[in-house]
Design a protein around this ligand. Structure first.
Ligand SMILES: [Zn+2]
Length: 286
């Protein structure tokens, strides 16, 4: 958390509500948030705007006139936009609560736009980063991350996914799906959702998977993204799915609650030191 759906919710909010608005104020409260090269600084944005946005996996890019800006929200990043001139949006980690007074003590960046629109970036764990890059270094910067295909891109095809899994035959399927060089965008929440949909136990080795099972995992990724992205991501707080917001996520953070396929209680376990939720009836280990 935040994973692809949460980052996409932030990107869409920024793209639809703040792009091409003049930046009238820049308050960088925690300078360590920003990694800058070649004398670049967020202050250069004064009087300018975010001209375009795109995303690859969990990385979001803002194109501005003086530089490219790469944002990674990491574990606890949260974007909230408010103001009289915009509808506003919330995305990312649920702490602090979306209706909290802002800036919060962990708000590290505030951008002010014309018509009293404000974008707050808050990160309670301080792992998030914003890189400022000359435009001509952006492609190399992204290439060095060796990201697999973005889950929403045309490059994410069944044939390519099969080939990537077959090349990674060693190891358990859950950590392989978490590896951003295999596919870009999945994290701990959505891998649990995908494997539950596909009825695959997370400790299965990649080499044990049949072609049909790999196809089901691919379908699970597509289906999970189709559900999560319109929702703006998962609503999970303190390790529990927040009730009253429908049935999604279906398995993650639902320990002890009935599996929505078979009714057996959802179990929490550890796979490669990651908290993992599954149904032991639907997802048999071998
Ligand atoms: Zn089940």
């Amino acid at each position: 958390m935040p994973e692809l759906p949460e980052v996409e919710a932030a990107r869409r909010g920024i793209h639809e509500q703040l792009r091409c608005r003049t930046i009238t104020g820049i308050e960088l409260i925690r300078p360590g948030l920003v990694v800058a090269e070649n004398g670049l600084s967020l202050d250069l944005l004064q009087g300018l705007c975010i001209e375009d946005t795109f995303r690859h996996g969990k990385y979001m890019v803002w194109q501005t006139e003086p530089m490219a800006i790469v944002v990674h929200m990491k574990m606890t990043g949260q974007f909230i936009a408010r103001g009289t001139g915009i509808p506003g949006f919330v995305s990312g980690h649920p702490v602090p609560a979306y209706d909290s007074e802002l800036p919060h003590k962990s708000t590290h960046l505030v951008l002010e736009f014309n018509d009293d629109a404000r974008l707050y970036f808050t990160d309670i764990r301080h792992f998030a980063r914003i890189w400022l890059l000359p435009h001509d270094e952006l492609a190399d910067h992204l290439a060095a991350l060796r990201l697999g295909p973005d889950l929403m891109s045309p490059e994410f095809t069944l044939d390519d996914f099969r080939a990537r899994l077959r090349r990674r035959n060693v190891g358990r399927i859950k950590p392989i799906l978490l590896d951003q060089t295999v596919v870009a965008g999945l994290g701990n929440i959505y891998v649990d959702e995908v494997l539950w949909y596909a009825e695959i136990h997370p400790t299965r080795t990649a080499e044990s998977l049949t072609d049909d099972e790999i196809d089901r995992i691919y379908e699970g990724i597509v289906r999970t993204m189709e559900i999560a992205i319109p929702e703006g991501g998962a609503r999970i707080k303190h390790g529990k799915a927040i009730p009253d917001v429908g049935e999604f996520p279906f398995v993650h953070a639902r320990e002890g609650l009935p599996c929505q396929h078979c009714g057996a209680p959802i179990v929490k376990t550890q796979v490669n030191n990651r908290g993992t939720y599954l149904c032991e009836v639907c997802q048999v280990s071998s």
